[in-house]
Structures are given as structure tokens and as C-alpha cells.
Write a protein that binds this ligand. Structure first.
Ligand SMILES: C[S@@+](CC[C@H](N)C(=O)[O-])C[C@H]1O[C@@H](n2cnc3c(N)ncnc32)[C@H](O)[C@@H]1O
Length: 423
């Protein structure tokens, strides 16, 4: 592969503007727009990176809702996405079912509509979140009848998954509750327009079918796959497989991915309350204080895996442990930061194993400042990457940000961008 170091130097990649670290642009793109997973990044930009690197095998170890995999297959590369969150992996897998026949999807959706009319009894979720988000019981029952109809008509094929995705993607629109900038639900804020479940579902399926026709015309032979697996081991991948890694890991900013799809999972009856999120929190990369219960930082800080950043990391850990004592919330940001880099070190080792020599790795990431203590995320990640056997790293800042922590009364300037790693 002949290329300049790095794709950020390629004009087409540079010309993409500064929305590239968010999901916003994807809401206009076929298939990408089927489910709004706010944690994503721009698919258009991802396509330019795959093309600029002439990559043939692309890996996203934090695959989420499938942006990288869909972008890579759209420009003819083979692609694998890995995510440990079962619900989000299912979303990505359902999106990959765009290869199915849109005419059949429309027929199957017509069967769902007929089934809903049967007005069978439904099991109502007892989840307090659902009760709060759907104060109109009639509208909730309509939504649940739709849920049950989709479930009852399953035939064990990809159309089941497309109909499931169409259903879960209308849930928020059917609730009067507001949604925050991120995925969080704000039951005390209301929205102006609330969708009616059956017609929202019909419009959704029509949109899916339309996008499936479009994709058929534009994507030659799709070669993307997603697995529910852990980025710390990447055990579904062979050694030396990837020639491009394009990803956005969780940031060290206390966002809890287990909570991101709680409303959808509560309506489905998969989750009832906070306690049900525990098993997933234990599997996620440590990036939120809710992921830290029972974790021993001392042992991790001594681990040879952290040798490259141990001095500074231990100092930051101790400062955060001290600041925690002075704050009302007593949040375990000290553990969160130690856990974040301990897990990142394992991830770079796994990435080294599954990457070909000369690989390009792009991490879309931001720094953070819990309790106002700055954590130089990209520098420490860069150093951990070198310690795992990669050759060099460079950071390309895309934008400044300081929204979340600003609420907590600190003014540390933060940024977001791309950590380009080579080797
Ligand atoms: C920033 S999001 C990536 C979003 C993705 N780019 C997209 O377009 O949807 C980070 C993802 O990392 C996943 N994740 C967290 N811990 C993980 C782990 N140990 N292994 C694999 N994925 C993990 C989360 O579930 C989340 O979907």
C-alpha cells in the first residue's frame, strides 16, 4: 500500500469538514439513517479514509451501529465490526440486512399490520421508565401490539431483523418524552409532535425499502460482517487480518453505553430497571464510573501493560482520588481513568495481533477532564499504541469542545479529533 503518512494529508479526507466526528450527517444517508445512534461518526468521511488508504480489510473494534462496516463495503472493502453491546450489535446486523429483497420486506410488513388489527392482549412492561415515557396508555398499547405482532410473525430470517429494527427505531418518536443531545431520555421534557405507532412503522418500512433499492444500485458485492465480541480480545479475528482499523472508542467521559438503549430495551421487556444493566456494564470497556464496581485499580496500575504511562497515570489517579473526597458526589473518576487506560492497553495489544504490518489505525477520540483534572487521552493512547508495537502516532484535532464538564463548573478546554497510528 503506497500512501502518505497519514490519510489526514489526503485532500479528499481533509475536505470533509468538522462534522466528521458526529453521527449528524449520517441521518441523510441510506441505511445509516435507520437508527440514530448518537455515538457514531460520519460515514462519508469513513468512506474517504478507506479509499485514501486503499484498504482491503477494514476493522472497527467498537463497531456500534455499523457505520464503518457499511462505509467500507460501500467502497468495495471487506469489513468486520465488533461490539460487546448485544442490542447495538443487533442493530448493526439488521442494517446489514439491506441486502434482502425490499419487495419481500414490504409484504412482510403488510402481514404485521394485519396482525396488529387482531387486537390481542399484550404484556405491559412494568419498567418505571416506560410508564413515565408513555403517559397515554392507549398509545402505549398500540405500540406494544406492534411489538408483539413483529415478534409473533418471526420466520427466522433477515426480514425478522429488519422489522425488529423498524419497530425499535420508532419508539422514541412515539413517546412525548424529550430526548437529550445524547441518547438519554428526559421524561420531564415533552416534544411537540408525537408519532402514531402503526403509521410511523409503515413510514419506516417504506424508508427501509427505498434505501434497499438505492443500495442495490450503488453497492457491488457487500462484504461486511458484525460480531458481538470484546475489543480487548478480538477473538473472532485472525492474526494480521486488518489493513485499516477505523473506529471511535468510548471516551473517558462517564457516558454509560449500557444505558444508551434503555428505553428501547425496556419497551421490548429485556430490561426492567437499573439492576438489569449490570451484566452489560461488566462487559463494557471501563469508561464510566458505573462500570467500576468491585474493580481493583492498584493491581492494574502495577501491570506491565501500563508501563508506558504509569508515572503520569498514577499521579492523575491520586489527584482524582483526593478531589473525590472533597466533592459531594464522590464519583470514582480515579478508578474510571485507571480502568480506561488499562483496558485501552489490552485493546492495542489485541489490535496489534489482528493487524497486518504497515496498518493504519484511526481512533476518533476526545480528551476529558473529570472533576476538572485534565486527562491527555490521545497522548496516553498514542504511547500505549507504541508500547504494543505500532510505530508512530499523530493527533489531528477536529474541534474544540467542553460541554459536558462545563456543567460541572470547570473551564478546562477540551478537544476531539483523530489519533492516527501507523505500523
Ligand atoms: C463511540 S461508540 C462507536 C459508535 C460507532 N462508530 C457507530 O457508528 O455506531 C463506542 C462503542 O463501543 C462499544 N464498546 C464498549 N466496550 C466495548 C468492548 N469492550 N468491546 C467492544 N465494543 C465495546 C459500545 O457498545 C459502543 O457501541
Amino acid at each position: 500500500m503506497s500512501q502518505p503518512f497519514l490519510p489526514m494529508d489526503v485532500p479528499a479526507v481533509r475536505a470533509q469538514g468538522n462534522n466528521t466526528t458526529t453521527f449528524t450527517d449520517n441521518m441523510r444517508l441510506p441505511v445509516h439513517r435507520w437508527f440514530r445512534y448518537s455515538a457514531g461518526f460520519s460515514a462519508g468521511w469513513a468512506e474517504t479514509v478507506v479509499e485514501a488508504t486503499e484498504a482491503r480489510r477494514v476493522l472497527d473494534p467498537f463497531g456500534g451501529s455499523g457505520t464503518t462496516v457499511l462505509a467500507a463495503e460501500a467502497v468495495g472493502a471487506e469489513a468486520v465490526g465488533v461490539d460487546v453491546h448485544p442490542f447495538v450489535t443487533r442493530v448493526a446486523r439488521a442494517k446489514l440486512a439491506w441486502r434482502s429483497d425490499p419487495e419481500v420486506l414490504l409484504m412482510r410488513a403488510a402481514d404485521v399490520r394485519l396482525e396488529v388489527k387482531q387486537q390481542r392482549a399484550v404484556a405491559e412492561p412494568t419498567s418505571p421508565l416506560v410508564v413515565k415515557c408513555f403517559p397515554d396508555r392507549g398509545a402505549l398499547l398500540d405500540l406494544l401490539r406492534l411489538r408483539d405482532a413483529v415478534e409473533r410473525l418471526r420466520q427466522g430470517d433477515d426480514y425478522d431483523e429488519l422489522l425488529w429494527l423498524a419497530f425499535i427505531s420508532i419508539i422514541r418518536a412515539c413517546s412525548p418524552a424529550g430526548t437529550a443531545q445524547w441518547q438519554y431520555v428526559l421524561p420531564n421534557k415533552t416534544k411537540a409532535r408525537v408519532a402514531e405507532p402503526v403509521s410511523a412503522f409503515e413510514s419506516r418500512v417504506e424508508l427501509f425499502a427505498q434505501d434497499m433499492f438505492t443500495m442495490r444500485d450503488h453497492v457491488g458485492s457487500p462484504r461486511g460482517q458484525v460480531y458481538e465480541s470484546d475489543a480487548r480480545t478480538l477473538d473472532t479475528l485472525n492474526d494480521g487480518w486488518a489493513d485499516l482499523v477505523l473506529t471511535s472508542p468510548p471516551y473517558a467521559n462517564n457516558f454509560d453505553y449500557a444505558d444508551a438503549t434503555r428505553l428501547e430495551q425496556s419497551v421490548l421487556g429485556e430490561v426492567n430497571g437499573w439492576g438489569d444493566l449490570k451484566p452489560l456494564r461488566k462487559r463494557l470497556m471501563r469508561s464510566a464510573t458505573q462500570h467500576m464496581s468491585g474493580w481493583d485499580a492498584a493491581e492494574a496500575l502495577e501491570s506491565p501493560l501500563l508501563q508506558a504511562v504509569r508515572g503520569e497515570l498514577t499521579q492523575t489517579f491520586q489527584t482524582l482520588a483526593q478531589v473525590k473526597q472533597e466533592r459531594g458526589g464522590k464519583k470514582a473518576y480515579d478508578l474510571m481513568v485507571a480502568g480506561y487506560f488499562f483496558d485501552s492497553a489490552q485493546i492495542f495489544q489485541a489490535l496489534r495481533r489482528v493487524s497486518a504490518p504497515g496498518v493504519t489505525v484511526c481512533y476518533v477520540v476526545g480528551d476529558s477532564a473529570p472533576y476538572g483534572v485534565h486527562v491527555p487521552v490521545e497522548r496516553w493512547l498514542g504511547e500505549l499504541a507504541l508500547a504494543s508495537g505500532f510505530r508512530k502516532w499523530r493527533f489531528e484535532k477536529v474541534r474544540d469542545r467542553n460541554t459536558k464538564w462545563k456543567n460541572r463548573k470547570h473551564t478546562h478546554p477540551l478537544h476531539e479529533g483523530r489519533l492516527w497510528i501507523e505500523g
